[in-house]
Design a protein around this ligand. Structure first.
Ligand SMILES: Nc1ncnc2c1ncn2[C@@H]1O[C@H](COP(=O)(O)OP(=O)(O)O)[C@@H](O)[C@H]1O
Ligand SMILES: [Mg+2]
Length: 353
């Protein structure tokens, strides 16, 4: 984890509509210096719109944005200490890699020597020194991605915005580039804001994540806290997989019709007695009958190499309970099993505000 410092960017009550569509609905967040920050949410939830507001390509209808105390909204895009890396890398195909990277610095009118040194240094950082004279069209997808990154970093912005930076890459290159992006951010010490709709990608890279849905911020937290202490059902559903039970709040947990009382804890205040208990598949154990919270029949087993997933039908509960265990399992299809979890592993959430 990076040494994260003082707040760098403050976004307060930013809204933006396009006709009837509310793309951003009073969005507030703080992005810290030297942080790897992710905006995560399904397609259409307003991620790109928020980046465009930060970069200055879109004006909010209301709200304020400051960077290091400076009123960003008063500055035109080219005066903001911010760089936006587009989803399509938008490289110049007829220029060599080094020319592509040098372009922005040359336009600023920097001395030739300085441009040369900075381009060489950044190409070393992204591991493309031996491709300096190559044209982008002769590079692989991952290498083109590095050129685009080099070009964004070489200008030394205070804030680098990356919109779905890895979406054009295939799976394997993508996971390599996730590590690479993280390493790079650490090395150059620039605050990164990465937009993605892929929760695993956000979880693997970011110090903190803002989860968005329909133009609103659902929760801003570390990956671990989002997973272990989701604030809303949306977050619980979107981050990882979970088993859910709807029922009435009682002292020890919730009372589920036809199933009984299931234990759990409520980390946040609940507005109503109707609540949902969320428990992760890896937090459910197969146990002795005496310790059981639930009993059911195994209807399916899937083996994934490192882990196995067992689907259990429980009478009175419509969807199968999913249980994950390490490695293989001795349990067989059709077997009667007993399930339990510890109350501190099960989170009870109320209706969404
Ligand atoms: N220029 C625009 N004109 C009209 N509608 C837009 C425009 N930009 C974005 N939207 C709408 O705003 C919503 C949020 O879009 P966007 O920020 O691109 O979402 P995301 O990047 O999370 O997929 C969507 O419903 C989208 O159709
Ligand atoms: Mg987008």
């Amino acid at each position: 984890m990076n040494a994260v410092h003082a707040p760098l960017v403050r976004i307060e009550g930013v809204s933006r509509s396009f006709g009837d569509v509310v793309a951003l609905d009073s969005v507030s967040m703080e992005i810290r210096e030297n942080e790897f920050f992710a905006l995560l949410g399904p397609s259409g939830c307003g991620k790109t719109t928020l980046l465009r507001v930060l970069a200055g390509f879109s004006e909010p209808d209301s709200g304020s944005v400051t960077l290091g105390g400076l009123d960003l909204l008063a500055l035109p895009p080219n005066k903001r200490p911010i760089n936006l890396m587009f989803q399509s890398y938008a490289l110049f195909p007829h220029m060599s890699v080094e020319k592509n990277v040098a372009y922005g610095l040359e336009r600023e009118g920097l001395p030739k020597d300085e441009v040369r040194d900075r381009v060489a240094a950044v190409l070393t950082t992204v591991g493309l020194t031996d491709k300096a004279r190559t044209r982008p069209t002769q590079l692989s997808g991952g290498q083109r991605q590095r050129v685009a990154l080099a070009r964004a970093i070489v200008k030394r912005p205070k804030l680098l915005l990356l919109d779905e930076p890895l979406s054009a890459l295939d799976r394997k290159v993508r996971s390599e580039m996730q590590l690479e992006l993280k390493r790079l951010q650490h090395e150059v010490g620039i605050t990164f804001v990465v937009v993605t709709h892929d929760q695993e990608e956000a979880m693997s890279m970011a110090d903190r994540i803002a989860v968005m849905s329909a133009g609103r911020v659902q929760q801003i937290d570390t990956p671990v806290d989002l997973y272990q202490r989701p604030r809303t059902m949306f977050v619980a559903d979107f981050i990882g997989s979970s088993n859910t039970f709807a029922g009435n709040r009682v002292d020890a947990g919730i009372d589920v019709d036809g199933v009984g009382i299931l234990p759990g804890h409520a980390p946040w205040p609940l507005a109503t007695s109707l609540a949902t208990l969320v428990v992760r598949p890896e937090d459910i154990e197969i146990c002795e009958p005496a310790a059981a919270l639930l009993a059911g029949v195994v209807i399916d087993i899937q083996f994934y190499g490192g882990s196995s997933t067992i689907a259990v039908h429980v009478d009175g509960h419509a969807t199968p309970i999913i249980v994950t265990c390490q490695g293989t399992t001795a349990v067989e299809r059709g077997a009667q099993v007993h399930l339990a979890w510890s109350p501190e592993k099960a989170v009870i959430l109320g209706e969404e505000a």
